[in-house]
Design a protein around this ligand. Structure first.
Ligand SMILES: Nc1ncnc2c1ncn2[C@@H]1O[C@H](COP(=O)(O)OP(=O)(O)OP(=O)(O)O)[C@@H](O)[C@H]1O
Ligand SMILES: [Mg+2]
Length: 259
């Protein structure tokens, strides 16, 4: 089986700040990966590069074998243009810490918009699919509501439905529960748990929820100062690793409830 995503020696600097220092990572179809690590270690940057929200300063990212940031023109390698990026990015969905919904559009419109604008799907078909995905995240009774009338947990579930309508091969979650009131975290984790159990797509979760990572991740990566310092089955990395930096991180994390 071919990986759905490959990072090959990926580097990212912002000015003088060297954030990612040679990331090598193969993500297999349907694999569920959790990324943990201290603040500033580069977790968000790793997934933003895949979502094409930032450009690597070195190395390559391949999606389904296609180079995301480079394209071939008449046998020559060139920097990818918008069309190429858009085509490759179609396979990737992302849910952010802050949901970024359109406030003046209904929940249903928020979810049909990517289909009608990006995929040029007709409205009836788009609405049917959006309703199916909103049902999937437990919001089948909220189609006509506006974001302002939803709780944070419900908004986050809309954001998931909006990503799911695109039927991505890989879905990225960046600390999607960390901006929520504690009592709303459970309902969002429940949806992710359900997706992880029943969907074939690969999932990459940046998370501070260690128990949750243990429960759903096939593999956990510990990112430390821009390198993948540990990678392995969740239980091995979280409970059995002897890496002192990881132990320090987990200890700090357990004593504060966060990193
Ligand atoms: N657009 C940017 N411009 C300049 N520096 C940036 C930018 N984005 C990220 N950085 C820097 O890159 C480093 C890694 O940031 P990143 O957001 O990937 O960390 P993180 O592991 O997600 O941290 P956190 O747990 O706090 O979310 C930080 O030092 C950050 O200040
Ligand atoms: Mg982050």
């Amino acid at each position: 089986m071919e990986p759905v995503v490959q990072y090959k020696e990926v580097q990212k600097s912002f000015g003088d700040t060297h954030v990612l220092k040679g990331i090598n990572l193969d993500i297999m179809p349907s694999e569920k990966i959790a990324i943990i690590g201290p603040s500033g270690s580069g977790k968000t940057t790793i997934i933003r590069l895949l979502m094409t929200l930032a450009e690597p300063t070195g190395g390559d990212i391949l999606v389904d074998g296609k180079n995301l940031w480079k394209m071939e023109v008449n046998g020559k390698t060139k920097t990818a243009n918008e069309k190429h990026l858009g085509a490759v990015r179609d396979d990737i969905g992302m849910v952010f810490q802050h949901f970024n919904l359109f406030p003046h559009k209904t929940i249903l419109e928020n979810c049909t918009l990517p289909l009608t604008s990006v995929q040029k799907m007709d409205k009836t078909e788009a609405e049917a699919l959006a309703k199916q995905m909103l049902d999937r995240v437990g919001l089948g009774d909220k189609f006509e509501a506006y974001p302002a009338n939803l709780s944070g947990g419900q908004k986050q579930r809309v954001a998931m439905a909006r990503a799911l309508v695109m039927k991505p091969k890989i879905m990225l979650f960046d600390e999607v529960t960390s901006a929520l009131d504690p009592e709303l975290v459970g309902e969002v984790l429940e949806v992710i748990r359900d997706l992880a159990a029943h969907e074939d797509m690969a999932m990459v979760l940046v998370t501070h929820e260690m128990e949750f990572a243990l429960e759903i991740a096939d593999r956990v990566l510990f990112l430390d100062e821009g390198v993948i310092a540990e990678s392995g089955p969740a239980d091995d990395v979280i409970n059995k690793s002897e890496n002192p930096r990881l132990q320090e991180f987990l200890k700090r994390f357990r004593s504060n409830g966060q990193s």
